[in-house]
Design a binder for this molecule. Structure first.
Ligand code: SAH
Ligand code: SF4
Length: 347
Protein backbone atom coordinates (compact mmCIF):
# COMPACT_ATOMS: atom_id res chain seq x y z
CA UNK A 1 0.00 0.00 0.00
CA UNK A 2 1.07 3.56 -0.60
CA UNK A 3 0.77 6.15 2.17
CA UNK A 4 -2.21 7.69 0.38
CA UNK A 5 -4.04 4.36 0.13
CA UNK A 6 -3.37 3.56 3.78
CA UNK A 7 -4.34 7.06 4.84
CA UNK A 8 -7.78 6.86 3.24
CA UNK A 9 -8.35 3.46 4.82
CA UNK A 10 -7.28 4.66 8.26
CA UNK A 11 -9.52 7.71 8.02
CA UNK A 12 -12.44 5.41 7.24
CA UNK A 13 -11.59 3.64 10.47
CA UNK A 14 -11.96 6.99 12.25
CA UNK A 15 -8.23 7.42 12.94
CA UNK A 16 -6.10 10.45 12.07
CA UNK A 17 -4.47 10.28 8.63
CA UNK A 18 -0.93 11.02 9.88
CA UNK A 19 -0.79 7.52 11.37
CA UNK A 20 -0.41 6.18 7.83
CA UNK A 21 3.02 7.78 7.45
CA UNK A 22 4.14 6.34 10.81
CA UNK A 23 3.04 2.85 9.84
CA UNK A 24 4.66 3.07 6.41
CA UNK A 25 7.91 4.23 8.05
CA UNK A 26 7.89 1.14 10.27
CA UNK A 27 7.10 -1.11 7.34
CA UNK A 28 9.92 0.32 5.21
CA UNK A 29 12.33 -0.42 8.06
CA UNK A 30 11.21 -4.03 7.95
CA UNK A 31 8.92 -3.90 10.99
CA UNK A 32 5.77 -5.67 9.83
CA UNK A 33 4.28 -6.74 13.17
CA UNK A 34 1.91 -3.97 14.35
CA UNK A 35 2.68 -4.87 17.99
CA UNK A 36 6.26 -3.70 17.46
CA UNK A 37 5.17 -0.27 16.11
CA UNK A 38 5.79 1.67 19.29
CA UNK A 39 4.08 4.96 18.45
CA UNK A 40 0.83 3.36 17.23
CA UNK A 41 -2.15 3.17 19.64
CA UNK A 42 -3.48 -0.25 20.66
CA UNK A 43 -6.85 -0.01 18.90
CA UNK A 44 -5.18 0.82 15.58
CA UNK A 45 -2.66 -2.00 16.03
CA UNK A 46 -5.55 -4.36 16.54
CA UNK A 47 -7.33 -3.10 13.41
CA UNK A 48 -4.15 -3.50 11.34
CA UNK A 49 -3.79 -7.08 12.52
CA UNK A 50 -7.39 -8.07 11.89
CA UNK A 51 -8.10 -6.20 8.64
CA UNK A 52 -4.79 -6.26 6.74
CA UNK A 53 -2.14 -8.77 5.77
CA UNK A 54 0.94 -7.19 7.30
CA UNK A 55 3.39 -9.90 6.32
CA UNK A 56 2.35 -12.06 3.35
CA UNK A 57 5.19 -14.57 3.86
CA UNK A 58 6.28 -16.93 6.63
CA UNK A 59 9.99 -17.33 7.23
CA UNK A 60 10.55 -21.11 7.14
CA UNK A 61 14.30 -21.43 7.22
CA UNK A 62 17.39 -19.30 7.44
CA UNK A 63 21.01 -20.20 6.87
CA UNK A 64 24.06 -17.99 7.34
CA UNK A 65 27.39 -18.57 5.62
CA UNK A 66 30.74 -17.84 7.21
CA UNK A 67 31.21 -15.10 4.58
CA UNK A 68 28.08 -13.25 5.79
CA UNK A 69 25.80 -14.45 2.99
CA UNK A 70 22.37 -15.35 4.33
CA UNK A 71 19.85 -17.52 2.63
CA UNK A 72 16.15 -17.57 3.46
CA UNK A 73 13.24 -19.83 2.58
CA UNK A 74 9.79 -18.22 2.70
CA UNK A 75 6.38 -19.86 2.43
CA UNK A 76 3.45 -18.12 0.81
CA UNK A 77 0.36 -17.58 2.96
CA UNK A 78 -2.07 -16.72 0.19
CA UNK A 79 -5.15 -18.88 -0.26
CA UNK A 80 -4.54 -21.83 -2.65
CA UNK A 81 -0.77 -21.27 -2.55
CA UNK A 82 -0.27 -21.52 1.20
CA UNK A 83 2.93 -23.39 2.06
CA UNK A 84 4.56 -23.04 -1.36
CA UNK A 85 8.15 -21.96 -0.89
CA UNK A 86 10.64 -19.57 -2.46
CA UNK A 87 14.18 -18.51 -1.61
CA UNK A 88 15.89 -15.16 -1.18
CA UNK A 89 19.50 -14.30 -0.39
CA UNK A 90 21.34 -11.41 1.26
CA UNK A 91 24.87 -10.80 0.02
CA UNK A 92 26.95 -8.29 2.00
CA UNK A 93 29.92 -6.68 0.30
CA UNK A 94 32.40 -3.94 1.18
CA UNK A 95 30.10 -1.03 0.36
CA UNK A 96 26.80 -2.59 -0.58
CA UNK A 97 24.22 -5.09 0.57
CA UNK A 98 22.35 -6.92 -2.15
CA UNK A 99 19.10 -8.80 -1.74
CA UNK A 100 18.35 -11.41 -4.40
CA UNK A 101 14.62 -12.14 -4.63
CA UNK A 102 12.39 -14.74 -6.25
CA UNK A 103 9.58 -13.87 -8.64
CA UNK A 104 7.86 -17.25 -9.10
CA UNK A 105 7.47 -20.60 -7.37
CA UNK A 106 9.25 -22.84 -9.87
CA UNK A 107 9.74 -21.82 -13.48
CA UNK A 108 8.22 -22.93 -16.77
CA UNK A 109 11.35 -22.36 -18.78
CA UNK A 110 13.34 -25.50 -17.95
CA UNK A 111 16.95 -24.48 -18.48
CA UNK A 112 18.66 -27.85 -17.88
CA UNK A 113 21.50 -26.53 -15.68
CA UNK A 114 19.12 -24.74 -13.29
CA UNK A 115 17.70 -26.34 -10.17
CA UNK A 116 14.58 -24.15 -10.27
CA UNK A 117 14.03 -25.30 -13.86
CA UNK A 118 13.71 -28.87 -12.58
CA UNK A 119 10.87 -27.84 -10.25
CA UNK A 120 7.31 -27.62 -11.52
CA UNK A 121 5.93 -24.13 -12.01
CA UNK A 122 3.41 -23.44 -9.25
CA UNK A 123 2.71 -19.75 -8.82
CA UNK A 124 3.48 -16.20 -9.82
CA UNK A 125 4.36 -14.09 -6.80
CA UNK A 126 2.44 -10.87 -6.30
CA UNK A 127 4.32 -7.58 -6.13
CA UNK A 128 3.75 -7.57 -2.36
CA UNK A 129 5.22 -11.03 -1.97
CA UNK A 130 8.34 -9.91 -3.80
CA UNK A 131 8.72 -6.80 -1.65
CA UNK A 132 7.95 -8.83 1.50
CA UNK A 133 11.13 -10.86 0.92
CA UNK A 134 13.19 -7.66 1.13
CA UNK A 135 11.34 -6.36 4.17
CA UNK A 136 11.68 -9.67 6.03
CA UNK A 137 15.42 -9.69 5.35
CA UNK A 138 15.71 -6.11 6.58
CA UNK A 139 13.94 -7.16 9.77
CA UNK A 140 16.25 -10.12 10.21
CA UNK A 141 19.34 -7.95 9.75
CA UNK A 142 18.07 -5.40 12.26
CA UNK A 143 17.56 -8.12 14.81
CA UNK A 144 21.05 -9.57 14.41
CA UNK A 145 23.62 -8.06 16.78
CA UNK A 146 26.41 -9.71 14.77
CA UNK A 147 25.62 -7.78 11.60
CA UNK A 148 27.48 -4.47 11.90
CA UNK A 149 26.24 -1.17 10.52
CA UNK A 150 28.15 -1.37 7.28
CA UNK A 151 27.16 -4.89 6.45
CA UNK A 152 23.48 -4.94 7.21
CA UNK A 153 22.11 -2.34 4.85
CA UNK A 154 20.03 -3.28 1.85
CA UNK A 155 21.32 -1.01 -0.91
CA UNK A 156 20.70 -3.12 -4.02
CA UNK A 157 18.02 -5.54 -5.22
CA UNK A 158 18.46 -8.15 -7.94
CA UNK A 159 15.72 -10.32 -9.43
CA UNK A 160 17.92 -13.38 -9.76
CA UNK A 161 16.21 -15.83 -7.44
CA UNK A 162 13.70 -18.47 -8.42
CA UNK A 163 11.60 -17.93 -11.49
CA UNK A 164 11.64 -15.78 -14.58
CA UNK A 165 10.61 -12.27 -13.54
CA UNK A 166 9.52 -11.27 -17.03
CA UNK A 167 7.17 -14.25 -17.23
CA UNK A 168 5.40 -12.63 -14.26
CA UNK A 169 5.17 -9.17 -15.70
CA UNK A 170 2.28 -7.95 -13.57
CA UNK A 171 3.92 -8.88 -10.27
CA UNK A 172 7.29 -7.61 -11.45
CA UNK A 173 6.00 -4.19 -12.50
CA UNK A 174 3.99 -3.88 -9.29
CA UNK A 175 7.06 -4.66 -7.20
CA UNK A 176 9.29 -2.27 -9.17
CA UNK A 177 6.80 0.55 -8.65
CA UNK A 178 6.87 -0.10 -4.90
CA UNK A 179 10.66 -0.44 -4.79
CA UNK A 180 11.26 2.83 -6.58
CA UNK A 181 8.48 4.94 -5.07
CA UNK A 182 9.28 7.58 -2.47
CA UNK A 183 6.63 5.95 -0.37
CA UNK A 184 8.25 2.57 -0.59
CA UNK A 185 11.88 1.62 -0.41
CA UNK A 186 12.82 4.54 -2.66
CA UNK A 187 15.61 2.72 -4.44
CA UNK A 188 17.11 4.29 -7.54
CA UNK A 189 16.76 2.30 -10.77
CA UNK A 190 20.53 2.05 -10.87
CA UNK A 191 20.40 -0.14 -7.78
CA UNK A 192 17.91 -2.58 -9.22
CA UNK A 193 18.73 -5.38 -11.68
CA UNK A 194 16.26 -7.65 -13.44
CA UNK A 195 17.71 -10.87 -14.82
CA UNK A 196 15.94 -12.56 -17.71
CA UNK A 197 16.54 -15.54 -19.91
CA UNK A 198 15.48 -13.38 -22.86
CA UNK A 199 11.73 -12.73 -23.25
CA UNK A 200 12.03 -10.18 -26.02
CA UNK A 201 8.66 -8.31 -25.93
CA UNK A 202 8.72 -8.16 -22.13
CA UNK A 203 12.28 -6.75 -22.11
CA UNK A 204 11.14 -3.98 -24.42
CA UNK A 205 8.17 -3.17 -22.16
CA UNK A 206 10.39 -3.22 -19.07
CA UNK A 207 12.76 -0.69 -20.68
CA UNK A 208 9.84 1.58 -21.45
CA UNK A 209 8.11 1.36 -18.07
CA UNK A 210 11.00 0.82 -15.61
CA UNK A 211 14.43 1.23 -17.23
CA UNK A 212 16.33 -0.64 -14.53
CA UNK A 213 19.61 -2.50 -15.00
CA UNK A 214 19.20 -5.49 -17.23
CA UNK A 215 21.04 -8.81 -17.00
CA UNK A 216 20.50 -11.41 -19.70
CA UNK A 217 21.20 -15.09 -19.16
CA UNK A 218 23.02 -15.64 -22.42
CA UNK A 219 25.20 -18.68 -21.60
CA UNK A 220 26.17 -19.19 -25.25
CA UNK A 221 26.17 -17.15 -28.46
CA UNK A 222 25.30 -20.16 -30.62
CA UNK A 223 21.63 -20.63 -31.47
CA UNK A 224 21.96 -24.42 -31.69
CA UNK A 225 23.45 -24.68 -28.19
CA UNK A 226 21.20 -21.99 -26.70
CA UNK A 227 18.13 -23.89 -27.92
CA UNK A 228 19.26 -26.55 -25.44
CA UNK A 229 20.72 -24.51 -22.56
CA UNK A 230 18.10 -21.74 -22.56
CA UNK A 231 15.11 -23.26 -24.38
CA UNK A 232 13.23 -19.93 -24.65
CA UNK A 233 15.78 -19.31 -27.43
CA UNK A 234 13.61 -21.42 -29.73
CA UNK A 235 10.95 -18.75 -29.45
CA UNK A 236 13.25 -15.71 -29.31
CA UNK A 237 16.50 -16.59 -31.09
CA UNK A 238 19.72 -14.60 -30.78
CA UNK A 239 19.01 -12.32 -33.77
CA UNK A 240 15.83 -11.08 -32.06
CA UNK A 241 17.56 -10.79 -28.71
CA UNK A 242 20.34 -8.78 -30.33
CA UNK A 243 17.93 -6.23 -31.83
CA UNK A 244 16.08 -5.97 -28.53
CA UNK A 245 19.27 -5.38 -26.52
CA UNK A 246 20.48 -2.73 -28.96
CA UNK A 247 17.21 -0.87 -28.47
CA UNK A 248 17.15 -1.11 -24.64
CA UNK A 249 17.67 2.36 -23.23
CA UNK A 250 20.82 2.82 -21.16
CA UNK A 251 21.33 5.65 -18.72
CA UNK A 252 24.77 7.18 -18.36
CA UNK A 253 27.58 4.84 -17.22
CA UNK A 254 25.49 1.74 -17.30
CA UNK A 255 25.78 -1.38 -19.32
CA UNK A 256 23.75 -4.49 -19.96
CA UNK A 257 25.19 -7.56 -18.27
CA UNK A 258 25.39 -10.81 -20.20
CA UNK A 259 25.45 -13.69 -17.73
CA UNK A 260 27.43 -16.70 -18.79
CA UNK A 261 27.61 -19.84 -16.62
CA UNK A 262 30.72 -21.74 -17.65
CA UNK A 263 29.95 -25.43 -18.17
CA UNK A 264 32.89 -27.74 -18.67
CA UNK A 265 33.21 -28.94 -22.28
CA UNK A 266 29.84 -27.43 -23.22
CA UNK A 267 30.20 -23.66 -23.64
CA UNK A 268 33.75 -23.00 -22.43
CA UNK A 269 35.74 -23.91 -25.55
CA UNK A 270 37.80 -21.68 -27.85
CA UNK A 271 35.02 -21.61 -30.47
CA UNK A 272 32.45 -20.64 -27.81
CA UNK A 273 34.63 -17.69 -26.91
CA UNK A 274 34.95 -16.64 -30.57
CA UNK A 275 31.16 -16.76 -31.03
CA UNK A 276 30.65 -14.79 -27.84
CA UNK A 277 33.10 -12.09 -28.96
CA UNK A 278 31.20 -11.79 -32.26
CA UNK A 279 27.85 -11.47 -30.42
CA UNK A 280 28.73 -8.91 -27.75
CA UNK A 281 28.16 -5.23 -28.41
CA UNK A 282 31.26 -4.22 -26.46
CA UNK A 283 30.32 -0.56 -26.09
CA UNK A 284 27.08 -1.33 -24.25
CA UNK A 285 27.54 -4.75 -22.75
CA UNK A 286 29.81 -6.64 -20.41
CA UNK A 287 30.08 -10.33 -19.78
CA UNK A 288 29.74 -11.70 -16.26
CA UNK A 289 31.17 -15.19 -16.03
CA UNK A 290 29.43 -17.29 -13.40
CA UNK A 291 30.73 -20.39 -11.74
CA UNK A 292 28.31 -23.29 -12.14
CA UNK A 293 26.62 -24.20 -8.88
CA UNK A 294 26.22 -27.97 -8.94
CA UNK A 295 23.26 -29.65 -7.30
CA UNK A 296 22.56 -33.36 -6.85
CA UNK A 297 21.87 -35.06 -10.20
CA UNK A 298 22.74 -31.97 -12.23
CA UNK A 299 23.85 -33.13 -15.69
CA UNK A 300 26.76 -30.64 -15.94
CA UNK A 301 30.02 -29.83 -14.24
CA UNK A 302 31.47 -26.36 -13.97
CA UNK A 303 34.70 -25.19 -15.60
CA UNK A 304 37.67 -24.96 -13.25
CA UNK A 305 38.60 -21.63 -11.67
CA UNK A 306 41.77 -21.58 -13.79
CA UNK A 307 39.81 -22.13 -16.95
CA UNK A 308 37.36 -19.38 -15.98
CA UNK A 309 40.18 -16.86 -15.73
CA UNK A 310 41.65 -18.02 -19.05
CA UNK A 311 38.22 -17.55 -20.64
CA UNK A 312 37.88 -14.10 -19.06
CA UNK A 313 41.37 -13.06 -20.17
CA UNK A 314 40.59 -14.26 -23.70
CA UNK A 315 37.49 -12.06 -23.82
CA UNK A 316 39.33 -9.06 -22.40
CA UNK A 317 42.14 -9.43 -24.96
CA UNK A 318 39.48 -9.17 -27.69
CA UNK A 319 38.11 -5.93 -26.23
CA UNK A 320 35.15 -7.43 -24.36
CA UNK A 321 34.67 -6.33 -20.76
CA UNK A 322 34.47 -9.46 -18.70
CA UNK A 323 34.28 -10.12 -14.97
CA UNK A 324 34.19 -13.34 -12.99
CA UNK A 325 31.42 -13.46 -10.42
CA UNK A 326 32.77 -14.36 -7.04
CA UNK A 327 30.82 -17.30 -5.69
CA UNK A 328 29.37 -16.58 -2.27
CA UNK A 329 27.95 -18.74 0.46
CA UNK A 330 29.77 -21.88 -0.66
CA UNK A 331 29.35 -23.51 2.74
CA UNK A 332 25.56 -23.25 2.64
CA UNK A 333 23.00 -24.63 0.20
CA UNK A 334 23.75 -21.84 -2.20
CA UNK A 335 22.52 -23.18 -5.53
CA UNK A 336 19.14 -21.65 -6.09
CA UNK A 337 16.41 -24.08 -5.07
CA UNK A 338 18.55 -26.31 -2.87
CA UNK A 339 17.63 -24.94 0.53
CA UNK A 340 13.97 -24.99 -0.41
CA UNK A 341 14.28 -28.63 -1.49
CA UNK A 342 15.86 -29.44 1.87
CA UNK A 343 13.18 -27.51 3.78
CA UNK A 344 10.47 -29.40 1.91
CA UNK A 345 12.04 -32.75 2.69
CA UNK A 346 12.34 -31.84 6.34
CA UNK A 347 8.63 -30.97 6.23
N1 SAH B 1 15.02 -16.59 -14.70
C1 SAH B 1 15.97 -15.53 -14.68
C2 SAH B 1 16.45 -15.15 -13.30
C3 SAH B 1 16.71 -16.24 -12.31
S1 SAH B 1 18.11 -17.24 -12.58
C4 SAH B 1 17.14 -15.87 -15.56
O1 SAH B 1 17.23 -17.00 -16.04
O2 SAH B 1 17.93 -14.98 -15.82
C5 SAH B 1 19.48 -16.17 -12.19
C6 SAH B 1 20.77 -16.58 -12.86
O3 SAH B 1 21.27 -17.81 -12.29
C7 SAH B 1 20.62 -16.83 -14.35
O4 SAH B 1 21.68 -16.24 -15.07
C8 SAH B 1 20.69 -18.34 -14.42
O5 SAH B 1 21.05 -18.76 -15.69
C9 SAH B 1 21.72 -18.65 -13.34
N2 SAH B 1 21.74 -20.04 -12.89
C10 SAH B 1 20.73 -20.93 -12.88
N3 SAH B 1 21.15 -22.14 -12.41
C11 SAH B 1 22.46 -21.99 -12.11
C12 SAH B 1 23.46 -22.87 -11.56
N4 SAH B 1 23.16 -24.12 -11.23
N5 SAH B 1 24.70 -22.37 -11.39
C13 SAH B 1 24.98 -21.08 -11.69
N6 SAH B 1 24.08 -20.20 -12.18
C14 SAH B 1 22.84 -20.65 -12.41
FE1 SF4 C 1 13.87 -20.35 -15.16
FE2 SF4 C 1 16.02 -18.69 -15.07
FE3 SF4 C 1 16.17 -21.22 -14.13
FE4 SF4 C 1 15.97 -20.80 -16.76
S1 SF4 C 1 17.67 -20.15 -15.41
S2 SF4 C 1 14.83 -22.33 -15.57
S3 SF4 C 1 14.63 -19.02 -16.83
S4 SF4 C 1 14.90 -19.58 -13.31
Amino acid sequence: MTTIELESLIKRWGQPGYRARQIIDWRNKGVSDPDAMRNIPADLKHRLKTDLVCQPLNLVRRQASSDGTRKYVFALKRHRFAGKMVEAVFIPEEKRGTVCISSQVGCVLDCPFCHTGTQAFEANLSGSEMIAQILAIKADLRADPMADELHNQVTHVVYMGMGEPLANEEGLHESLAALMSEDGLHLSRRRITVSSSGLVPQIKRLGEAYPVNLAISLHTASDALRDVLVPINRKYPLSQLRRCLNAYSLGSQRHITLEYVLLHGVNDREEDMRELVRFVNAERERVNLIQFNPYPESPYTGSSKEHMSIFAQGLISKGVRATVRRSRGQDIMAACGQLKAEAQQAG
